[in-house]
Design a protein around this ligand. Structure first.
Ligand code: 6CM
Length: 254
């Protein structure tokens, strides 16, 4: 079974277990491709208008100030480098529903609405209330995949996307519905040891996290921006510490 999984993704259309006739198939592939394209082109672009709001060396958070009819939409981006874990492991835990509440500090509750395939599910997440705004919730699909490589030399990469959607079993009725387009892309860098035996000491993971969140209605910009500045670095620290605890005494999942 393992061997099948390793061989299957050579064709891009086969890199998801979602069936091509599934109603979400085209959207998932399109959104994932856009994230990958955005990441690849941004590397080449000269410094654009991202402003660094947190710099802790191994962890940096950037934003672009954007407002629409008084609603702050600031796109966020964070880069974080962690040792001792692979991109596959980091993506797995960002995607995995059963452990989400162990690291998610901004959620009050989270439930699965529907499994679409073994790499994609829809969940409903109620976000803790932020005073003085009304409480929010979100409904989004979470999808994880291995990124196919253009050459054998480059780092191995994985991606998770959380993208807002609608679902009959998740109507927006109790809370203000936020919408989002979130991606976590991880590259695994291996420094090959002289003896050829790779341990966690030889592994570094480079995480790029992007979040476009629309608070879905009035939200005081100053409060929201303060929440973002505090919560995004906190999330990345807490989440990567969680992955480290989960993986440090387990076999490496490449
Ligand atoms: O990406 C993160 N978590 C994911 C899995 O749960 C998922 C969730 C994203 C939600 C991000 C929105 C948080 C916004 C919180 C404030 C909104 C309240 C408005 C009130 C205004 C005053 O992709 C980690 C998310 C880390 C969040 C900082």
């Amino acid at each position: 079974e393992k061997k099948m999984k390793l061989e299957a993704p050579s064709k891009p259309e086969l890199s998801t277990s979602l069936a091509p006739e599934h109603p979400f198939y085209n959207q998932v592939n399109e959104v994932v491709s856009n994230h990958i394209r955005r990441l690849l082109t941004e590397i080449k672009e000269v410094k654009d208008d991202w402003v660094c709001i947190v710099d802790q060396g191994d962890l940096k958070v950037f934003k672009r100030e954007l407002e629409e009819n008084g609603v702050p939409l600031d796109p966020m981006k964070a880069v974080c480098t962690v040792k001792g874990m692979t991109g596959h492991e980091v993506c797995h835990y960002f995607w995995a529903f059963d452990t989400r509440m162990e690291w998610e500090a901004t959620l009050e509750t989270s439930r699965v609405v529907e499994w679409l395939s073994d790499d994609t599910f829809i969940s409903n997440n109620v976000i803790k209330r932020v005073w003085p705004a009304s409480q929010r919730d979100a409904c989004f699909w979470s999808h994880m995949r291995h990124m196919s490589k253009s050459n054998d030399e480059g780092p191995d990469s994985w991606i998770v996307v959380n993208y807002s959607c609608e679902h009959d079993d998740c109507p927006p009725n109790k809370y203000v519905r936020i919408t989002m387009n979130v991606a976590l892309i991880c590259e695994t860098i291996i420094e090959p040891p002289a003896d050829g035996n790779i341990t966690r000491d030889n592994i570094t993971c480079k995480i790029t996290y992007t979040a476009d969140v629309n608070p879905g209605g009035w939200a005081p910009a100053s409060v929201l921006r303060a929440v973002y500045k505090r919560e995004y670095p906190k999330f990345l620290r807490r989440f990567t510490t969680f992955v480290e605890e989960k993986t440090h005494n387990k076999d490496i999942m490449f």
